[in-house]
Design a protein around this ligand. Sequence first.
Ligand SMILES: Cc1cc2nc3c(=O)[nH]c(=O)nc-3n(C[C@H](O)[C@H](O)[C@H](O)COP(=O)(O)O)c2cc1C
Length: 196
Amino acid sequence: MAKIQWKGGTLLAPVPAALVTCSDGERDNVLTVAWTGIVNSDPPKTYISVRPKRHSHGMIQKSGVFAINLTTKALARATDWCGVYTGAKVDKFARCQLETVPANEIDCPILADSPVALECRVTDVISLGSHDMFLADIVAVDVEESLLDADGKLHLERAGLIAYAHGSYYELGRQIGSFGYSVAKKKKPQKKSAKK
Ligand SMILES: Cc1cc2nc3c(=O)[nH]c(=O)nc-3n(C[C@H](O)[C@H](O)[C@H](O)COP(=O)(O)O)c2cc1C
């Protein structure tokens, strides 16, 4: 493939478009965040990068907690809306009909209709330039019960998760493999036993 070179930029794709819920103890808020990811397994750590001028920024700085709510096709419109309007002027939960329930480990709401919510406690705030990175411990994970099978296995593929790539939202498509499938040994075909 022939390449042309652009200057350095943020063109990593796909990324999540998460709904991040927060609270300052008096009011709750929700904003859309694409600059997020997992940065450590043990202890489980994540980050969100938030511009200081966002209404949520001060709330998260004050409370030291937030929740990352994974988004689905059903939440796609709300995901976009909450990334355009500010909680300083409007109650986004009411406008987008987002039902909340209390988190378990942090003083912050989570979204009832999100399949997975990561409850996070901020450990470091790193100013990077345009954004401040809230580095955080994931202290609890809230999983939609109906996505578990009888053995307790999570079927996230049934959630209708969405992703964000180069300015557009996508519903995740067909599964094309699973962890380690490229190196998994193929099962030898069973030899038919000779008929007697
Ligand atoms: C898809 C999408 C992704 C976004 N990602 C981020 C992000 O990673 N960091 C950020 O500061 N703002 C991000 N925004 C913008 C904020 O969500 C937006 O400014 C929001 O209105 C802030 O709400 P608040 O003022 O209530 O905090 C994103 C918006 C959209 C639509």
